[in-house]
Write a protein of this length. Sequence first.
Length: 117
Amino acid sequence: QVQLVESGGGSVQAGGSLKLSCAASGDISSNCGMGWYRQAPGKERELVSPLKGRFTISQDNAKDTLYLQMNSLKPDDTAKYFCAAALYTGGYFSGIECSSIDDYNYWGQGTQVTVSS
């Protein structure tokens, strides 16, 4: 069984910082990629992309952990943040199996980020 567990969310004032983590665990043969999404109330889910000076995404491949460092947070950043991963769980990995995964196939439960003005 594979799990993605996010942590690090919380409530901050505008201008503050948070660092989110997403750890993938379980029977993972290969991690083909991870990403962050967010969804605000009443809005569609959107991809979180690196943003100079504000959002930095990094990954510790050895730990199958993805990070999102968020600085200079704004009230508009208030949302539930989700981690997504493209994971190959089929056992032996020859190196080409990632090409068969065309989208993220595992999702975390999300962590809430609330930014107050």
